[in-house]
Design a binder for this molecule. Structure first.
Ligand code: TSJ
Length: 658
């Protein structure tokens, strides 16, 4: 491919670039910020190729205040001689003929990048204008293009020192093509830094000259991918040194660096010819597979895995691993959704063989590193087993029998659409609620004290908690999707789950704990809008007899007496009280302040909090619950740990009762 002869007869110049302007997404991915930034990478990658050819040590990338970008290198300069087949200067071929970038001359095989294998001509086609300047053999040569077309032939515009060579390209992205025309400095810097890690001999100078964003950065990483791994692990607790190797075989180069940290995640980055392979591919698969084999083999030799033990999984072996695997291939093929998955089988073969030799060579000489790596795998295996055990326990243990301690006062209806369940704090309020409710559709579930804090407790403990057991049983839909997959919202017995607690600090705490429980174990209940918080009143204001003048009226609902009209008013917050005080002369009413639900008689409780016609309910949103969970972990002083780490802390307990 690289040495392929350039065939002018097979290309139609204008048709090519028109196609790019018609369907820009095909060539650069998108016409948003990502595609826009990609223009810079396309141009800069050509300069990186010049570095790979051994002819360029510096690249400058500048974002100018007029919306243009300038990319400059100190390479040989794009050739300016007349191209034998096209009959125009080679540089003009590069910019005006699709897919022509770099594929001429005889500089050996070209390890070239570019997400879609396109180059300078695509950038040119998508630019309002583009100018190229080439310094070569003491002359400065220049050409300008507008929307892909040369506006004049290449001409010499000046002189320079004979040893001053290089290429400078400046372009303005076409606002008729791009939705966004402002380059994003953060992404560009990050990509340039990545390029610097992958090319240790290269120095990249970045400069943002746009007003208000002025910034200069130099990316130079003489330690290459070792430095990449070091920086990825910055701020983390490392458990071994960085292991590095580089070797070529069958014309394919493999370079890898890895290090383990005390975390429960893996971070493996793959590259082929400087291109990040987001979707992985043969090189990454081979690296992972070989690594798993090697570690299991060592673990058995060292007696850490016994005959009866199963192997560590690949997932175990990579627990805590940070790695960069970079291959160079003369003819890379990419597949996958975004064409970022390396497809060449020979890349896999070579990675496998090199990894096998080099990793064993290292671990044979560095037993401590090997032991640290195996310890990471053991940690993961322990968690994995605890998780599997928790799952089987949930699946095999008999379902809790409903109403095991007789607390739920269920409703008569079995039509979930009309049923409600009130979770009521305290036995006395529970008692009033049982008397006051509409027993046809309203169930009461009294809970005592504070339910278990599910943020801190292990699953086993959560399940052993009486209040939680009763709740899970009452709702009827199981819990904790993914843990035995037995959460089934279609089995929910109540349309509304209503939390009813005192309007004080303890009540608020119980609300928080209950929301945390739902958030962690039954988030779908909240997502689908089944969870509510009841709002009991803070005050009861009653007009004195003299003020009423016979306004009092009586109404009846469900056989219950109700105070209607204006003589009695329930006030739900202090604002309402303030308003009431303004509207009524002091001395004209009596005021009762409720300290808790227990102070209300059943009739009052019905009217203020249970009666669907008059009560105030606040529907809980997932955001409320998420915040509750955060508050809970804060109140309890426990760190917000990932679930795996949390379970690990409790893995010992799980094993003891095995
Ligand atoms: F993308 C681009 F074409 F616009 C571009 C190319 C942009 C930038 C900033 C630099 C380059 C570029 C190309 N820098 N260096 C080169 N080198 C060549 O094109 C080149 C020079 C000499 C020979 C040779 O065989 O003598 C071969 C090549 C490919």
């Amino acid at each position: 491919m690289a040495n392929q002869k350039y065939d002018a007869s097979s290309i139609s110049i204008l048709e090519g670039l028109e196609a790019v302007r018609k369907r820009p997404g095909m060539y650069i991915g998108s016409v948003g910020t990502k595609g826009l930034n990609h223009l810079i990478y396309e141009i800069a990658d050509n300069a990186v190729d010049e570095h790979l050819a051994g002819c360029c040590s510096e690249i400058h990338v500048t974002l100018n205040d007029d919306g243009t970008a300038t990319i400059k290198d100190n390479g040989r300069g794009i050739p300016i001689g007349i191209h034998p087949k096209a009959g125009i200067p080679a540089v003009e071929v590069v910019f005006t003929i699709l897919h022509a970038g770099g594929k001429f001359g005889d500089g050996g095989y070209k390890i070239s990048g570019g997400l879609h294998g396109v180059g300078a001509s695509v950038v040119n086609a998508l630019s309002k204008w583009l100018e190229v300047e080439i310094r070569v053999d003491g002359g400065v040569h220049w050409q300008r293009y507008e929307r892909g077309k040369a506006v004049a032939p290449l001409k010499q515009v000046g002189t320079c020192r004979k040893n001053d060579t290089g290429t400078t390209v400046t372009f303005l992205p076409d606002d008729e093509i791009f939705e966004k025309t402002r380059f994003k400095a953060e992404s560009i810097k990050s990509r340039l830094h990545e390029t610097a890690y992958l090319n240790p001999g290269l120095t990249i100078y970045f400069e943002d000259r746009r007003e208000g964003c002025e910034e200069k950065k130099v990316f130079h990483e003489p330690d290459g991918i070792k430095a990449y791994v070091r920086d990825l692990n910055e701020g983390k607790e490392t458990v071994c040194d960085i292991v590095y190797f580089k070797k070529s075989q069958d014309g394919i180069e493999v370079e890898a660096a890895f290090q383990y940290v005390n975390e429960f995640e893996e971070n493996i980055l793959g590259f082929c010819n400087n291109i990040y392979t987001q979707e992985g591919g043969t090189h990454i698969t081979a690296f992972k597979t070989k690594f798993t084999m090697i570690i299991n083999q060592y673990a058995r030799e060292l007696g850490i895995l016994k005959d009866k033990d199963a192997n560590f999984t690949g997932f175990d072996v990579r627990n805590g691993m940070t790695a960069v695997v970079a291959v160079k291939h003369p003819d890379p093929r990419f597949e996958g959704q975004t064409k970022t998955k390396l497809d060449n089988p020979d890349a896999g073969t070579v990675v496998s063989s090199v990894t096998n030799d080099e990793v064993q060579l290292y671990f044979d000489r560095n037993l401590d590193a090997l032991k640290a790596v195996i310890a990471c795998a053991e940690k993961s295996a322990k968690i994995r087993k605890a998780e599997e055990k928790a799952k089987t326990n949930l699946l095999t243990k008999p379902k809790f029998s409903i109403d095991s301690n007789g607390k739920l006062a269920n409703c008569e209806s079995r039509n979930p659409a009309e049923c409600e369940v009130f979770i009521v704090e305290g036995d006395s309020a529970g008692g009033s609620a049982k008397t006051a409710r509409n027993r046809r559709i309203q169930a009461i579930l009294p809970i005592r004290g504070k339910i278990l804090n599910v943020e801190k407790a292990s699953i086993d403990k959560v399940l052993a908690n009486a209040e939680i057991k009763t709740m899970i049983n009452s709702f009827g839909c199981g819990f904790l999707e993914g843990y035995g997959n037995d959460f089934d919202i279609s089995k929910l017995r109540y349309d509304k789950i209503i939390i009813m607690t005192d309007a004080d600090v303890d009540g608020a705490h119980i609300d928080t704990l209950l929301l945390t429980f739902f958030y962690r174990f039954m988030p779908e209940l909240i997502n689908q809008g089944h969870v509510y918080i009841a709002t009991p009143p803070l005050y009861r204001a009653e007009l004195k007899k003299s003020e009423r003048e016979g306004k009092e009226s009586k109404s009846s609902k469900g056989g219950k007496k109700e105070n209607a009209g204006k003589s009695i008013q329930y006030l739900y917050d202090d604002k309402a009280l303030e308003k009431y005080r303004k509207e009524h002369a002091s001395g004209s009413f009596t005021l009762q302040r409720y300290k808790g639900l227990g102070e209300m008689d059943p009739e009052q409780l019905w009217e203020t909090t249970l009666n669907p016609e008059t009560r105030i309910l606040k529907q809980v949103e997932i955001e409320d619950a998420r915040m509750a969970a955060e508050v809970t972990s804060m109140l309890m002083g426990s760190d917000v740990l990932p679930r795996r780490q949390f379970i690990y802390t409790h893995a010992n307990e799980a094993e003891i009762d095995a």
